[in-house]
Design a binder for this molecule. Sequence first.
Ligand code: FMN
Length: 371
Amino acid sequence: MTTARRANPMFGPNAFKLGVFRMNAEGGLAITRKEGRWPAVWADIAEASRVADRAGLEFNLPLARWKGYGGTHDNAARSYETLTQAAALAAITEHACIFCTVHVALVHPVFAAKAVSTIDHVSGGRAGLNIVCGWNRDEFDMFGVPLPEHGARYEQGLEWFEVFGRLVRGDRFDHAGAHYRLQDAYSDPPTVQQPGPVIMSAGGSPAGRAFAAHAADFLFAVVRDADHAAAVVEEIAADATTRGRFAGICAITHVVCRETEAEAQDFYDDYALRQADDEAVDRWTGAKAATSQSAPADVMAARQRVAGGHGSFPLVGTPEQVAEGLIALHGAGVSGASLSFFDFRKELPFFIERVLPLLERAGLREPFRPG
Ligand SMILES: Cc1cc2nc3c(=O)[nH]c(=O)nc-3n(C[C@H](O)[C@H](O)[C@H](O)COP(=O)(O)O)c2cc1C
């Protein structure tokens, strides 16, 4: 059985797509010492994934991480491997696109094609792949693989994607390139989605965006605010290397949504300011500054925002305020957002109950009716 890639939930009818991000990693998107932070245990991930799925959120995006950032709790050291987890999530969900994430230099495209195809078959054509060309030198050192220079990472990424793309389409071929030499390569079964699964990428540098424009349907970006989001969307549209290639530009956010603004702000100040894991914040921003160009410098310097959600767009306040933030992103031309919570299991149901109806009223989404 095959389906068109366009049948993937990422291409569903809602004008503004939503999904959960980073449930597979300890701390979620927060870098905090606060007790009760996301523990990334399977039972919780499975339950929150089902809740998101039943509410019609379009995607479930993990983090591919092999090593933590140090600090008091060695943030994100504990994480589930994303291809493996995606296969499990594929089996217990029914609607959402289940993303997995690969590091180009660490995962061979022949292996990736087979694994992603497996997930696509288990999910009935809902697999998605986030291609990361790498930035975290400590992780590469752990594998004994040199982190290529910035431009070279993306050159390898292009060859990786070419090989992967042919395999998941069902081609059988020899390949001799700068990075891969393959003889009689094929991957059976090909993916259900044809001509291949939904692809996303999240490079913020010009090379990262150009790579994404070649390989990806969706680019995920770090945005400062709605004005910056609009500028990013415009920049991409104005640049010949990226123009018109994406089905959508999505933003990453972290959400603290409570009945009152004061309650939300107090909680945010507690986990992301007073109990921020400062050492891990320094290590993450330092490592990023050395090897990647993905977020504006002022965003990386905003410590609460980094501790709160790795510099992503903060949505802190009442359901109305959180909805306003998402509506502003939509108004800026962004076509979706990832959501991360301090505790997905406790906080996601409140978001679904109170924020989704506001987005529906604003015309960003339709009430979910399982097909
Ligand atoms: C939504 C999102 C998801 C990402 N997921 C991962 C990941 O799982 N693993 C990882 O090492 N980097 C991840 N990144 C980092 C980027 O993909 C990218 O490699 C990094 O920003 C450096 O690229 P650049 O210098 O081209 O901006 C993610 C970034 C974003 C915004």
